[in-house]
Every structure is written in C-alpha cells, then in structure tokens.
Design a protein around this ligand. Structure first.
Ligand code: NAI
Length: 732
C-alpha cells in the first residue's frame, strides 16, 4: 500500500476574504483522535497560521468527520506505565501548546462544531474564541473523562473553571462528566450560538469573523485580558473559602469512600489552578493528567467502559454470518414484576407487545406499570404526552393465548416453576409464528432443562433481565446445550433492539451473574457469623466501590430465595454423587429465616423497613443475634474485608472461565459491572485479575493468602494458576 508523506489530519484552506478553515479530518481513521498524525498536522497548521498571520482575517475550526473530534488516543494511554510519565507529560504539553498558540494568534478563531465533541473534541473548541454548534439533539458535548478515570487535561479543566467559575465547572461539567445536547451546553455557557442546520454552520462562523475583524477584543480570551478574574472568585475569596473545604468531604461521601482517583485529581486541578495564572494552571492540569494516565485505574475503566463496551456493541459476542433479526411483535408471558418491565422496555423501543397473564385483569395491571413510568416521564418534561401515549398503545394486555398469534419473539416471565414453564411453552409454541425466537427470563433454572419442553430446542435461549428492567442496562443471554448459533445471533439482535447491552454465557446453575453475586452475599454473611460489625461489613463493600453493602443487597435478593437456590444446587450435585461444601453463611441464612426476617419483600431483613418498603436502619436485634467479636479492629482487617469481596467474585469468575460458562473477558467485565455491581473502578471481574499489581500471578499469590486465612473458597482454580504461570490472558 502506498502512503504519501504529505498526509495531514488538519486541512488548511484560505478563502478570498482571508478566512482560514482548518478541517480536522484524519485520513487514516474513521474518527479524529489526538494521535501522532494529528499532533504533527496541527503543529504545521499553527506554524502556517503564524507565518501568514498578517494576511488572515480569522480562523474557523471544523471537522470533516461525522463526529467533530473523538478525543484522546486511548490506545496509546492504556500502554503508558509510570515509567513513561515524562513522555506522557511532554505529549500532553505539546497538544496544549498548539491550542494555546491558536487562541493567542491575535485573530478571531471560531469552532464550527458539526458533530459530537466530547473530551478532547470539546477541549479544542474551548480553545477557540467562539463556539457555534448545529442544534441537533443527537450531537453530544461534554467532558466525560472522569468516567474513564481521567481528567480533561487538554485545557478542559483550566478553561471551564475560567469560563464558568469553580463551582459550576466542577458540579455541572467536570466531576460527573455529563453528555449534553447542544441546547443544554449553551444553557450552561459552554456554547455561544446554535444554528438550525449544518449548511448554516460555516456561513455563521465566517459571518462572525467578518463582523468582528476590526474588534481586537474578539480575538482575546477573557482570561488573557488585563484584570481578568475567575468568575465567582478564587479559593481565597471569602464566599468560596467558606464552602470549598467541604468539597473533598462531600466528594468522599458521594463516592461512598471508594478510591476513585480521577474526581479527586479534578478537584485538586481546579482548585489549585484557580489560584494561579492560566499557563501555570495548565501545567498543573498536565501533571495531574499524567499521573492518572500512567496509573492503573484509568486503564481499568478504559478497558471496560471503552474497549469492552465498544466491542460488545459492535457485535463481538454475536455469532457471525446471520442476518439481522428485527422482531416486530413480541409475546411477553407473565405480567408480574419482570414481565411488566420487559413489556415496557420493548414498547419503549418501538416494538408491539402482547402482554399475557392468567387473566386480562392481571395483564392490565402489568401494563399499568408502563403507564406509571411514562406518566412520570411526562410530568418531568422528559417526554411529550403524545409520545407516551404511542408507547402505551403498543402494549396489548390479554388473558388469551390465541392473541399471541403471529408473534415472532416470545419472552417468558411466569413464576419460577419448571412445571408451569413447561406447560406454558407447550401451549405457546403452537400459537406464535413457526420460527419465533423462544426466550425464558428464568433467573435460576438451567436453560437446557427448560428447552426439553419445546419442539424446537435450537430456537430456545435464556434472556436474563435484571430488576428493575427499565433501569438496568444489561441482559444476560444463556446458550443451552441445543441452542443454535443463529438463535444466539437473533437474541443479541433482540437485546440491542431494546437498547440494552448483551453478554453471552453458557448454561450453568446461576449462569454467570447470579452465580458470582451469590459469592459476594455469602461472604458478607460469613463476616457477620465471624463477629464483624454489620456497619463495618457494609462500609467495607461500599468503600471497595460496590454500589450497596452486602446486607442491604441480601435484603433485596431475599434469603428465602437464596436458600431455595442453594438447596436446588445441593440436590443437583447430590444426584451426581457430589456434595455442596458447607459455607459459614448457611447458619446466618437459617437464623434470619427462622427469625422471620428474609428481606425487604417481607418488610424485615438485616434492615428494618416501613410499610412502603422504605429502608429505615439496621435491625436492632442484629447485635444479640450475631454478637460482635470482642477484638479491636486492625487496619489490615479492613483491607482484608474489601479484598474478600473483590477476590471471592473474581475467583468465581475464573471458575466460570474454567468451566466454560463464560469465555470472554469483555463479557465478564461488563456483566459483572453492569449486572451485579462489581466495582467500576476495577474495570470488572476479569480486568481486576489482569490489572492486579503483578498481573494474574500477583492475584494468585494474594488469593492464596486469603485462602490460608479464610478458607479454600479463595483458592485460585487451576485454570487461573495456569494462566498466571504461562503469562497468558483471558480470551478477549
Ligand atoms: P412475579 O411473581 O412478579 O410474576 C409472575 C407472573 O406470571 C404473575 O403475574 C403470574 O400471574 C404470571 N403467570 C403465572 N402463570 C401464568 C401463565 N400460565 N400464563 C401467563 N402468566 C402467568 O415474578 P417475577 O419476579 O416477575 O419473575 C418472573 C420470572 O422472572 C421468574 O422466572 C424469575 O425467576 C425471573 N426473574 C426474576 C427476577 C427478579 O428480580 N424478580 C430477575 C430476573 C429473572
């Protein structure tokens, strides 16, 4: 392949009025990123602008791609370790020096934003004197670096603080990294003007330059004008001095004590930078960014939230070679909690749904759930009344099997009873389309067994939704022994059609997610039996990064259900002549069930609840039932408690790889984070092992330590030991 040395990612075109249009358009990739070619091209463009300065009226920066600019080069970042800090710092400074020269050219520079500008893309636009954006709600603007364990280090922190003031920059833009529509970004003050269509963009940008060509001020950023002050004041002005010190504490509380380095670094960058001049602030920003890029947390988060998610969305788990399946009419069987939620998710995505329960009355109740959610969306102004009505009209409630005629997708969510499910399949398969995809939302029953009651087991698959269905983004697809590749491909298409993220796993008791989350809950209960204070157990989990503590989660999942599952597992093993090993959690489960406190459903568990199911506080009787050990806790105890949670789930994940339940690190990472709350900061259960200090070998060593102290359940399985010894990785 021939490659010209003249390649550029920044086209330079000057018109008759002396306006230069810089078009960002990397010929080597489908999106613009801050790679080497960009750096060289932008460097050359700025050199030329400075050389031709006197002949220039102004500059427009726009993009030749659908996305304005995608941002930093994440492929490069994940390879940078602490030893590369000097190189990383130099590269960050180079990117910023170019933008700084552009904003100090002395000529008006306008960003004409024709597509999504997130992260580095928005940072380029922020270095311009004016931002004009096409008012298309599909365009996203924002600085979401924090969600990848990074900070906007291309000038994003330094400039937003100077544009919006410290507290607005931190709260509205930097700490949570929201993606905004153009109109929202304008409201926040990040955008100066909107145009209705892409055709109006360049004329509007050039028009502004023409109108301001004699106004010297238009070519100077506010922070480069004499006497400039950060809006709202600096940390030393009394108003901010009074409330800024509370920021770190609030942040800690929001993160529930979990150790996310990026928000802390953003806070420090903003506060330290607000007290010094622009260029010093910019260097402080580069230093903090360098420490985040070269650290482990950003690698974990980039792996999961960028590479893994992108791969899965692009179809990495979908068998190839099958046409895309777009269901038209969905039969949802069972209008209980899950069926009602599934019906809503389908209707919301434009599918017609027939919602069937034992009676029309029951089915109508299930439809009422959608009505409630849609009503809320309308009253909050998130949806028009007409659009809500349209969604609701797509759901037809019924008590009659015959109404399912012609459905090309069946999702069953009746009671968790294999005999009932078998009966329902036998009836439904003769009514729906002859090639309809047959799915069960069972949470515990092996798919291969259920498939025995349909005539077309190859078309039968598990489609495991999570509760509450409207909020939970993940669906676990379970391949039974007889499920065909075509069926898996169709199931992936269904999940994507209803705008959820699929993972694909092989059949096993508890599949992947339920099996792993079970070990987390049991570990917390075992701690209780050992005499660890319940508050310490909950804090250990949340400070490790889990969204809720174990005891709270146990109340949600319900101990009676867990006991039932454990018994079914024991019975299945017994039929094989094997025995389920005893677990320290068993006695706690029995005691709580006997005390009439299985969980929130019954209004009583480890916590007390009011009549509406609202959680009040820990059950006062816990102290007598599970006395706290008479020993002052040591610092290492907390470290061990956190590690026990993280390791027990990671070790179970490794077992799932060993048994072939899961065969993709991306599926394990995304499944564990999005399905069962494994801490996002680890990058997921597979990434936790691979990114552990010393890699899998380091993980194995620590797991063995935990096994020696707390029991064999922590012993790394042979598959993982082999992986560690051979220096291998999980399949991607
Ligand atoms: P539920 O008890 O709320 O709803 C079951 C519904 O099925 C009831 O409305 C019942 O009237 C209906 N039903 C019973 N026989 C029927 C028949 N012959 N035809 C049509 N409808 C019939 O149960 P839930 O929680 O919605 O669970 C349903 C399924 O989803 C179960 O297999 C469960 O294991 C699974 N699941 C539950 C999760 C949860 O968090 N609750 C999570 C994931 C899966």
């Amino acid at each position: 392949m021939s490659q010209t040395t003249e390649q550029t990612a920044v086209r330079y075109q000057k018109d008759d009025d002396g306006i230069v249009v810089l078009t960002l358009d990397d010929p080597t990739a489908s999106a613009n990123t801050m790679n080497r070619l960009y750096l060289e091209s932008m460097g050359a463009a700025v050199d030329r602008l400075e050389a031709e300065r006197d002949e220039i009226a102004g500059v427009v920066v726009t993009s030749g791609k659908k996305t304005f600019f995608a941002g930093g080069d994440l492929n490069g970042m994940v390879k940078a370790g602490p030893e590369d800090a000097a190189d990383v710092f130099a590269m960050v400074e180079e990117v910023k020096a170019q933008l700084r020269r552009l904003e100090r050219l002395g000529k008006p520079v306008v960003a004409a934003v024709n597509g999504t500008a997130l992260g580095g893309g928005l940072e380029i636009a922020l270095a311009c004197h004016r931002r004009i954006v096409v008012d298309d709600p599909k365009i996203q603007l924002g600085l979401p670096e924090v969600t990848l364990g990074l900070l906007p280090g291309g000038g994003g922190v330094t400039r937003t603080v100077r544009m919006l003031g410290l507290s607005s920059a931190l709260m509205d833009v930097l700490l949570l990294g929201p993606r905004m529509k153009p109109a929202q970004a304008k409201e926040k003050g990040l955008v100066d003007a909107l145009v209705a269509s892409p055709d109006e963009l360049l004329p509007a940008a050039k028009g502004w330059i023409q109108a301001n060509r004699d106004d010297a001020d238009a070519a100077v950023q506010p922070w480069d004008r004499p006497g400039y002050r950060v809006p709202g004041g600096t940390p030393s002005t009394p108003k901010l001095a009074a409330f800024l010190p509370a920021f770190p504490a609030n942040l800690r509380k929001q993160l529930k004590g979990a150790d996310y380095p990026a928000p802390k670094a953003i806070l420090a960058t903003a506060v330290e930078g607000a007290q010094v001049d622009f260029d010093t602030a910019s260097r402080i920003e580069s230093r903090y960014l360098t420490s985040l890029i070269t650290g482990q947390n950003s690698k974990n988060m980039i792996q999961a939230f960028f590479f893994d998610l992108q791969a899965i969305n692009a179809g990495s788990l979908r068998p190839q070679g099958f046409e895309t399946f777009r269901p038209t009419r969905v039969a949802v069987l069972g209008a209980g909690m899950m069926g009602a939620g599934i019906a809503y998710a389908c209707a919301r995505s434009g599918l017609d749904v027939v919602l069937k329960d034992v009676s029309t009355e029951n089915a109508e109740k299930g439809k009422g759930y959608s009505e409630k959610i849609l009503g809320k969306a309308v009253s909050r102004g998130k949806m028009s009344e007409a659009a809500a009505r349209e969604v609701l009209d797509r759901i037809t409630p019924t008590g009659e099997m015959a109404d399912l005629a012609g459905c090309d997708l069946v999702i069953e969510a009746v009671f968790e009873d294999p005999a009932l499910k078998a009966k329902v399949y036998a009836e439904v398969q003769d009514v729906v389309a002859p090639d309809a995809l047959l799915c069960s939302n069972t949470s515990t029953l092996p798919i291969t067994g259920l498939a025995g009651s349909v005539d077309r087991p190859a078309d039968f698959v598990g489609l495991h939704f999570f509760s509450p269905v409207d909020k939970m983004p993940l669906v676990e697809i379970i391949r039974g022994e007889q499920t065909s590749d075509a069926t898996i491909a169709r199931a992936v298409d269904v999940v994507q059609a209803i705008r959820k993220t699929p993972i694909v796993v092989n059949d096993s008791r508890g599949f992947y997610t339920s099996r792993v989350i079970g070990t987390f809950v049991n570990e917390g209960l075992a701690m209780l039996a050992e005499g660890v204070h319940p508050v310490t157990i909950e804090r250990a989990a949340t400070s490790a990064g889990y969204p809720v503590g174990t005891l709270q989660l146990s109340d949600e999942l319900n101990l009676e259900l867990m006991a039932k599952i454990r018994k079914a597992t024991a019975d299945a093993l017994a039929a094989d002549g094997r025995e389920l090993p005893a677990h320290a959690a068993d006695a706690v489960v029995t005691t709580m069930i006997e005390a009439g406190r299985p969980g929130r459903l019954r209004g009583a568990g480890f916590y007390d609840y009011d009549e509406d199911g609202k959680r009040l506080g820990l059950w006062k009787g816990l102290a007598d039932t599970f006395p706290v050990a008479d020993r002052a806790p040591q610092f290492d105890d907390l470290v061990d408690l956190r590690d026990r949670f993280l390791f027990i789930e990671a070790v179970e994940t490794a077992r799932c790889f060993e048994e072939g339940v899961i065969d993709s690190a991306a599926a394990a990472n995304i499944g564990s984070i999005m399905g069962i709350g494994y801490p996002a900061l680890t990058g997921g259960a597979a990434q936790f092992i691979q990114g552990y200090p010393g890699g899998p070998a380091g993980f194995v060593a620590r797991a063995r330590e935990l096994a020696a102290t707390y029991g064999d359940r922590f012993a790394p399985p042979p598959y993982l030991v082999d992986l560690a010894e051979s220096g291998g990785r999980f399949p991607a």
